[in-house]
Design a protein. Structure first.
Length: 417
């Protein structure tokens, strides 16, 4: 069986095959079409021509081997595609298209015998399989190296920012991750509710959740990473509405991750203030552990907790606000404390409070008037509702006790033994 006529025909059609491939790449592979002008003609097409010549050699040479130097051009092209941002799926799609296109030309060969076409079909299938394996391996090796190096740099930068040291390293790396040195940033922490129970797979999934939810305005980057049992994010906040957006996104993140607490710091100017923001987010997480609600806790929550905890009139506050309500609930099997809690949590909205309690708004209104009679503090008065809210917070602290982490109690200025 002579395969030489078929080989000669395909070599003669090399230019036409190249043009047809370029057209099909543009039509069928979105990622190729979106790359800069000239990319297909100046890079992809020459690689396709090399691919054809390598396959034609394989038709008459059974020594083709994936480790043979003849495949180096395809390894190099796979590395270029990775750095050009072409996904592997698109790269492999291109090689499949190449195989289909060459086979179509084999069928059109005027002097090819059925045996020659059958031999060519086997070689084309084998060649596409071998080259696909070669380029996939090269692509993955390149991507793994780059991704690994980038993750190491990301962790290095995150640690330097939290520690507040290595200013030169921070200056060198921050630009690589889109952090602006003189901009405002907030820190977000997501930590497992039970320390020591977060599996690596759970942390990786939670990191993906953080990255899926935290999206500042276009052109701004969020630095995220895993630190011990925490997922930490440094979020750019350039305006007041950006902070509101962050809170909404963090709340959604907390609702989707019921096994984790979420804490958010205030916004601070400059990367040098990240250590302060990190401590604030730590304290917000500790407050989340005590509050136990499915939402993100903001630093102001932790600030109120400290004010209440260190108040010298703390016991007087509780006795003056919550103690009468607790006694009344016990004696009458009522829900005044729960109603006060729902009223405050709903931002003093009777309709939302009644919905959470599954009662009528008039029932909530009646209970609030009863609270005023028992305590002397009117929930409809701004000053009085502040006292009632602080009393409720102080009572919750007593019920939950100090939040302990690794033998240390966390305060706003750090842990104390």
């Amino acid at each position: 069986m002579s395969i030489a006529p078929l080989v000669d025909y395909l070599r003669g059609q090399s230019s036409q095959i190249g043009d047809l491939l370029a057209q099909r790449y543009r039509e069928e592979i979105v990622e190729y079409r979106s790359l800069p002008e000239g990319f297909i003609d100046q890079d992809v097409a020459p690689t396709a021509a090399n691919n054809l010549e390598t396959m034609l050699q394989a038709l008459t040479d059974d020594s083709a081997d994936p480790d043979n130097n003849r495949f180096d051009v395809f390894r190099d092209s796979a590395v270029r595609r990775f750095h050009q941002g072409v996904p592997m799926q698109a790269l492999l799609h291109a090689y499949r298209l190449w195989g289909h296109t060459v086979w179509e030309q084999v069928l059109k060969a005027p002097r090819a015998t059925p045996e020659a076409r059958l031999a060519a079909a086997g070689k084309i299938m084998q060649h596409v399989d071998v080259v696909s394996t070669v380029v996939a391996q090269a692509y993955l090796e390149e991507s793994s190296g780059v991704i690994q190096d980038r993750e190491i740099l990301r962790r290095d930068l995150l640690e330097a920012l939290i520690a507040g040291t290595a200013a030169q390293r921070i200056e060198r790396l921050s630009g690589k991750f889109g952090l602006v040195a003189d901009a405002k940033h907030a820190v977000v922490i997501m930590r497992h509710r039970r320390l020591g129970y977060a599996e690596p797979s759970s942390l990786r999934e939670s990191l993906r959740t953080v990255r899926a939810h935290l999206h500042p305005d276009a052109g701004q980057s969020v630095l995220t990473g895993v630190r011990d049992e925490e997922i930490v994010a440094i979020y750019p906040v350039q305006a007041r509405d950006h902070l509101d957006t962050l809170r909404q996104q963090a709340n959604a993140m907390a609702r989707e991750s019921p096994d984790y607490h979420v804490g958010v710091s205030r916004s601070h100017l400059g990367l040098a203030s990240i250590p302060t923001a990190y401590l604030e987010a730590q304290n917000a997480v500790q407050t989340a552990a005590a509050g136990n609600e499915s939402r993100a806790y903001i630093y102001s929550d932790a600030l109120l907790d400290r004010i209440v905890r260190e108040c010298t009139l703390r016991n007087t506050l509780i006795e003056d606000t919550l103690t009468p309500l607790q006694q009344y609930d016990t004696e009458h099997d009522s829900n005044l404390v729960a109603t006060l809690r729902a009223y405050i949590a709903s931002a003093f909205n009777l309709t939302r409070a009644s919905a959470s309690l599954v009662v009528q708004p008039n029932t909530v209104r009646y209970r609030l008037h009863r609270i005023a009679e028992l305590t002397g503090h009117d929930p409809f008065s701004a000053e009085d509702v502040i006292l009632l809210s602080l009393g409720l917070r102080a009572t919750d602290q007593d019920a939950g006790g100090e939040t302990i982490s690794g033998g240390a109690t966390w305060y706003l200025d750090g842990p104390r033994k």
